[in-house]
Design a protein around this ligand. Structure first.
Ligand code: NAI
Length: 348
């Protein structure tokens, strides 16, 4: 080992998969990454010993106890390699551990995946793929609907929601949207949630998970929807009451659901459970439905997004270790009890 390797600051990297390392290893020459397959939680937090910084992801459980252990072990900086942070206790971290994130890595990756889910569901490509591999060339049961002229209701018109709107416009869809903070001069037609539920043929979720958006697609919401609506969720699982979604699929209110996220995903997604029994009845029922497509929180997974995640996270680490202000810091806001994002955009 050379002296320069010895002197490199150590960063504990949790919930690591082979695809995470590609760009981090390619772009990094300043840090010693200690990669752990396990998720960061109260049981694994002691592994950070000797590291001033930790790199974590969406399903790590960074609750007050996890924060407390990391702080005790000498961690000063948490670099989230994702945009969302509903899994972090900012109040507990206040004054102990600084936190930064990657506010944007590729809105195109997520928006394009949302459209992929819709197209597969609507035109039953998943069924056709399996049929034709078995030389079954029957078309029975494969009827879809033209998207052109239908109405897409977008909940959340931030970076990803607006990118998805652009994609939808290319298909000739009419757009309506709901967002408590409408995008000025965007030309988007904003409506109330009630109207969006009542009139949309497709509903796509692009808002963060907060107290006010938890189960925004509730049983009551499903009851008020147009019969035959498609539901898309590439944001966070707990935006949907999954049991209510199952009932809405059963009674035909929902024609199809494309889910990249699931409210109880944290112990299931990103891992191979094919040789085990997954003890989640709601997920098992959803998986078994031919009109539900579930992907394992993969909407972000493009070359471009992975490269941006690594580049911005390394930039966040550089700012911290060089004592500079953190461009993408997120802090606890004692006044509101929520958080304050210190940036929303990444220079590409
Ligand atoms: P963003 O911060 O640019 O936009 C979020 C929008 O939601 C904002 O316009 C905000 O005003 C709006 N919003 C806040 N509260 C709302 C409410 N109660 N109802 C409706 N809208 C509300 O975020 P961005 O980058 O567009 O990401 C959206 C979500 O996508 C993230 O919160 C994250 O959960 C998810 N995501 C999922 C990924 C995946 O791989 N599946 C990857 C990246 C993000």
């Amino acid at each position: 080992m050379t002296n320069s390797t010895v002197d490199k600051p150590k960063v504990a990297f949790f919930d690591t998969n082979p695809y995470d390392r590609i760009w981090f290893d390619k772009l990094n020459d300043k840090y010693e990454f200690i990669y752990f397959d396990s998720k960061l939680n109260e049981q694994t937090a002691r592994l950070v010993s000797g590291c001033r910084a930790v790199c974590a992801f969406v399903n790590d459980d960074i609750n007050a106890r996890t924060v407390g252990i990391m702080h005790k072990e000498g961690v000063e900086f948490l670099a989230m390699r994702c945009a969302g942070y509903s899994n972090v206790d900012f109040r507990a971290a206040q004054g102990k551990i600084k936190i930064a994130r990657v506010p944007e890595y590729s809105p195109y990756a997520v928006a394009e995946h949302a459209m992929a889910l819709l197209l597969v569901l609507n035109r039953k490509v998943h069924k056709a793929y399996i049929r034709t591999r078995d030389f079954n060339f029957s078309l029975t049961g494969l009827i879809g609907t033209d998207l052109h002229g239908k109405t897409a209701g977008i909940i959340g018109t931030g970076k990803i929601g607006r990118t998805f709107i652009d994609v939808c416009r290319g298909f000739g869809l009419n757009i309506i949207a709901y967002d408590p903070y409408p995008a000025p001069d965007s030309g988007i037609k904003y409506v109330g949630l009630d109207e969006l539920f009542r009139t949309s043929d497709i509903i796509s979720l692009h808002c963060p998970l907060t107290e006010s958006t938890y189960h925004i697609l509730s049983r009551e919401a499903f009851d008020s929807m147009k019969k035959g609506v498609f539901i898309l969720n590439t944001s966070r699982g707990a935006l949907i009451d999954s049991s209510a979604l199952l009932d809405a699929l059963n009674d035909g209110t929902v024609r199809g659901a494309g889910l990249d996220v699931y409210e109880e995903e944290s112990d299931i997604f990103f891992e191979d459970h094919s040789d085990k029994i997954v003890r989640d009845d709601v997920l098992s029922l959803l998986v078994s439905r031919p009109n539900v497509i579930i992907t394992s929180h993969q909407a972000f997974l493009t070359d471009e997004a992975l490269q941006n995640i690594a580049a911005v996270t390394l930039g966040n680490l550089d700012e911290f270790f060089e004592g500079k202000p953190l461009t993408h810091e997120v802090t606890y806001n004692p006044k509101s009890g929520g958080v304050k994002e210190h940036s929303t955009h990444v220079k590409k």
